[in-house]
Design a binder for this molecule. Structure first.
Ligand SMILES: [Zn+2]
Length: 217
């Protein structure tokens, strides 16, 4: 007759992958008819499973190399981040492309407006100049859609234009000379926001390549 303690010692050894010292058939036969040891076996199995890599039959199967498992998990995270970054960049490119088209349409309207027969030549050249600036912005937006690392320079120009425009709009509003150029301001503000979005999508903290290069190997 074997004791519960002997059986439970044998079961522990089985989980640890060691020699049990008892015949497996004898231990299993006892287990089948002893609620106490069966309960011990279930608890031990559950504990081992939660701690590591125990197969359903209780035998251990540690991975060949634990670092492989860790790297596989980390790599999945990185791949998720990388695909999120690509999605952000794609959305940013579409927005910047649409904005570039809008600026070109805007420039076209300014040029068309300068062609009136009763147009003051000085005013006409101002309109042409304004149209040229908008074509320049469109070109810059297309450039940074392709090369997001150029965004800070373009953002500086668009931001400065927004600042000047809002400054003049406030002056005009105070003197009551003109209505504020809401469309103009809105376009510049939205363009700045789109540039910031693109910048973050390209360089944000979720850029896995930067995280990788900062870590060991
Ligand atoms: Zn027992």
């Amino acid at each position: 007759m074997i004791s519960h303690a002997e059986v439970q010692a044998a079961l522990s050894a089985r989980i640890d992958g060691e020699e049990a010292g008892l015949d497996k058939a004898v231990v299993d036969a006892h287990l089948a008819h002893c609620p106490e040891c069966a309960s011990f076996w279930e608890r031990s199995l559950a504990l081992s499973r939660s701690l590591s890599f125990v197969e359903a039959d209780g035998s251990m199967s540690p991975p060949e190399d634990l670092s492989d498992v860790i790297y596989a998990g980390v790599e999945t995270e990185f791949r998720k981040l990388a695909s999120r970054r690509l999605l952000g960049l794609s959305i940013g490119r579409v927005i910047l492309g649409v904005l570039a088209v809008l600026y070109i349409v805007w420039a076209g309207q300014l040029v068309a407006g300068s062609g009136g027969a009763d147009m003051d030549p000085e005013m006409a050249s101002l309109l042409i100049g304004a149209a040229a600036v908008r074509v320049g912005i469109a070109a810059a937006l297309l450039l940074v859609a392709w090369k997001p690392n150029q965004i800070p320079g373009v953002l500086l120009i668009v931001g400065a234009m927004f600042g000047f425009t809002i400054g003049f709009a406030v002056l005009d509003a105070v003197s009551g000379e003109a209505t504020a150029p809401w469309l103009h301001l809105g376009m510049l503000l939205f363009t700045s926001a789109a540039l910031v979005f693109m910048w973050v999508a390209d360089r944000g903290p979720s850029n896995p390549l930067r995280t990788l290069s900062a870590g060991p190997q």
